[in-house]
Design a protein around this ligand. Structure first.
Ligand SMILES: NC(=O)c1ccc[n+]([C@@H]2O[C@H](COP(=O)([O-])OP(=O)(O)OC[C@H]3O[C@@H](n4cnc5c(N)ncnc54)[C@H](O)[C@@H]3O)[C@@H](O)[C@H]2O)c1
Ligand SMILES: [Zn+2]
Length: 678
């Protein structure tokens, strides 16, 4: 599959010194703010060049050389056991060599099998549980000491604050931003005028380090190891697999929650086959991986193999092709993008990344261009993984020739030629939703949770569909074929689930269908009132301004505007009807949020979920609450109206009791939302 990556050939001491300094600077940036200007593959070439030179010139080795060390942030929390990196191989041949050296170290071929799991691309973290409570988070740091990241407790999905059985144990794993979390994080950052994250790994590092932000960015944890803490004797398993099941039983997320979770194979050939399988699945994964980790499964064999200064001998990272590359920025185009803003797009010298050829990438907004000092003609770092929109991360300033030119910012809206609203970080068409400029925002509104509720049809896919000329208005969505959806979303699986969602959306009550049209001066409530008042779409279309004005509380000037807009929407409504979208408001009230069991309730969940709620993580519990029309919250306050107390509920339960909040057991809560459990 992948070919062995080349090493840089360093011929003299000066070039060696230069390479070490370059690597140190890149490393400091990589583990610091995450804004290195070297892509990982180039860094690896550099690092291997350094290692090769050192092998040939042992007397020249610098004390600060990155070889043989774990690099990372600085911290002062001593690790229980050194937190190391992993050695790499790049192909099947490399894996066979690693296996042979492992066999030499343990004096016989591996007998306890090979554990194969994804190499998650985030930040390493040790999570310490004492007496069942999550008490401390520690970053990898330099391997012996890590940074205290405990302030992130509560914002990491998959790391419960409380585990059953009063366990005392240290769990190690990777914190990352899933693709959804990454998109969301950048939306939040844009709204707060903060710099966008250039890739999920860098976003994870930045998020973990940040302390006093006015907003919270959720991350996700997957465990891949555990250690004894305080000699508690919690870990009884004698293999990686057995220990990981112990971890999963605590309710901590492990990779078995994914399609590419831990599997153990008797032979290396089977492990190699699994690597290839995981590589196939990579584009569909909800998070980024940069390789596959293969470990001797048996603890006795691990112990016999032992550790080097930088990595254990019993594990190896099989690197997959990089998701970063360098290419040239040829030009910048300006388009109306996400939420109607005017978005700069990079036109690139085509480059192959993550199995596809990239020609365009996002440049986010004018502020990004200004802050990154990007110029046309620059060599740039590009990131592209799975379904994330390719993005330019930074210019490689050291490669400038002097021929580069400044990027010209637009004077007029590229959509309609009108004025640009430059008051925010993102520039917007001053003409708002009128003209072609509002297409994406109105589609986004139409598929939103309170309208057609088409889950999974995010702005990225909407943009792809609009750009491909397949979708011009909401009705066009219902005529998309599986192939078109697969092409736009990059996945057959996603296309299938969107088809299911679209079929479901056709049955939405008129109030939602009407709301999805985004008629001026109407929102959720008024759409519901109009739908109930008239009963059918035909009746709404036939209504005069005076008849519309009869609908509850409609201020005078609004009715004619609504009527006029509905008239211009005639062709879209006809297309919706042709697609089989429901045009009638059901007589019963079942479409009404108010009738749902958690309407008006603010619900906090604490402790581990069992019984009918077993296996639901916090995120899924929150979705359940929202499906039943409640508001999910993570902390108990005066606003909380219900606390669901699962096993091991602690401080939140105490607080709820103190505040007199209604407390429900898991079973009581499950009964309350029984209709929404599916
Ligand atoms: N671009 C740059 O400037 C730059 C600078 C420094 C390092 N780097 C990159 O970082 C790499 C080296 O960094 P590193 O030392 O952090 O190594 P690494 O990140 O490649 O591998 C070790 C890490 O893998 C993680 N991991 C993920 N899944 C795992 C699993 N299932 N089991 C065990 N561990 C798992 C752990 O966090 C562990 O610390 C280089 O190869 C290079 O690509 C890049
Ligand atoms: Zn415009």
């Amino acid at each position: 599959m992948t070919t062995a990556a080349p090493a840089l050939s360093l011929t003299d001491r000066a070039s060696y010194d230069h390479a070490v300094e370059q690597a140190l600077a890149a490393s400091a940036a990589y583990y610091g703010d995450g804004d290195t200007t070297l892509d990982d593959a180039s860094y690896d070439v550099l690092a291997r060049g350094i290692a090769a030179y050192e092998l040939a010139h042992p007397d020249h080795v610098r004390a600060d050389s990155p070889t043989g060390k774990v690099s990372g942030g600085v911290g002062d929390v001593a690790h229980t056991v050194a937190m190391l990196s992993l050695d790499n191989v790049f192909d099947a041949e490399g894996l066979v060599k690693w296996d042979a050296s492992l066999a030499r170290r343990i004096d016989h071929p591996v007998e306890g099998g090979y554990a194969v799991e994804p190499k998650l691309d985030g930040a390493a973290m040790a999570a310490r549980y004492r007496d069942g409570r999550l008490v401390q988070l520690v970053g990898r740091g330099n391997g012996t000491h890590g940074e205290d990241l405990s302030h992130a407790i509560g914002s990491i999905i998959g790391l419960p604050a409380q585990v059953p059985g009063g366990a005392t144990v240290e769990i190690r794993g990777e914190v990352l931003l899933t693709r959804d979390q990454f998109e969301k994080a950048n939306e939040i950052r844009a709204a707060h005028h903060a710099k966008v994250f250039s890739n999920p790994r860098n976003g994870t590092a930045g998020t973990l380090r940040a302390k006093d932000r006015p907003y919270t960015i959720k991350t996700t944890f997957f465990a891949y190891g555990a250690l004894e803490l305080d000699g508690a004797g919690f870990l009884t398993g004698t293999s990686h697999e057995a220990v990981m099941s112990q971890v999963a039983a605590l309710g901590v997320q492990t990779t078995s929650a994914t399609d590419i979770g831990l599997r153990v194979y008797a032979t290396l050939a089977q492990a190699q086959a699994r690597v290839e399988e995981i590589q196939q699945l990579r584009p569909e994964l909800p998070f980024g991986i940069d390789g596959v980790v293969i470990k001797a499964n048996d603890y006795a064999e691990q112990q016999a193999a032992g550790f080097g200064t930088r990595h254990p001998h019993w594990a190896i990272a099989y690197k997959l092709p990089p998701v970063e590359a360098q290419t040239k920025l040829l030009a910048v185009e300006w388009n109306i993008g996400r939420t109607g803003h005017i978005a700069p797009r990079a036109v690139l010298e085509p480059v192959e990344v993550d199995g596809s050829t990239v020609t365009y990438a996002t440049l986010h907004n004018p502020a990004f261009i200004r802050n990154s000092d990007l110029k046309v003609g620059d060599t740039v770092l590009l990131y592209k993984a799975g379904d994330i929109i390719p993005r330019v991360e930074a210019p490689v300033v050291t490669l400038r020739t002097g021929e580069e030119t400044d990027i010209v910012l637009p004077e007029a809206c590229p959509g309609c030629g009108g004025d640009i609203d430059k008051s925010g970080e993102r520039w917007e068409c001053a003409g708002g939703a009128s003209g072609g400029c509002g297409k994406i925002p109105s589609l986004r509104y139409a598929v939103g949770r309170d309208q057609l509720d088409i889950d999974g049809l995010g702005v990225t896919y909407l943009e792809a569909l609009v750009e491909a000329g397949l979708v011009d208005d909401v009705a066009d969505l219902f005529f998309l074929t599986r192939e078109q959806l697969a092409e736009a979303t990059g996945s057959d699986k996603r296309a299938d689930s969107l088809l299911v969602q679209l079929a479901k959306a056709k049955k939405q009550p008129l109030s939602r269908v009407f709301c999805a049209l985004g008629v001026v001066r109407t929102g959720r409530t008024l759409s519901r009132e109009i739908a109930r008042h008239f009963g059918t779409m035909d009746a709404i279309r036939a209504a005069t301004a005076d008849e519309l004005a009869e609908v509850n509380k409609l201020p005078g000037a609004n009715a004619p505007k609504i009527a006029a807009h509905v008239a211009t929407l005639g062709p879209v409504i006809d297309k919706l009807a042709k697609a089989g979208v429901n045009m009638v408001e059901p007589a019963a009230d079942d479409a009404d949020t108010v009738s749902k069991p958690l309407a008006g309730e603010t619900v906090v969940v604490t402790g581990g979920m069992h019984g009918p709620l077993a296996g639901r993580n916090r995120n899924e519990m929150n979705e359940l609450i929202e499906r039943a029309a409640g508001t999910a919250s993570s902390s108990v306050s005066k606003k909380t109206t219900i606390l669901v107390a699962g096993e091991g509920a602690g401080s939140k339960l105490a607080k709820a009791e103190q505040l007199g909040t209604r407390v429900l057991t898991e079973d009581e809560f499950a009964a309350l939302v029984a209709d929404y459990l599916a």
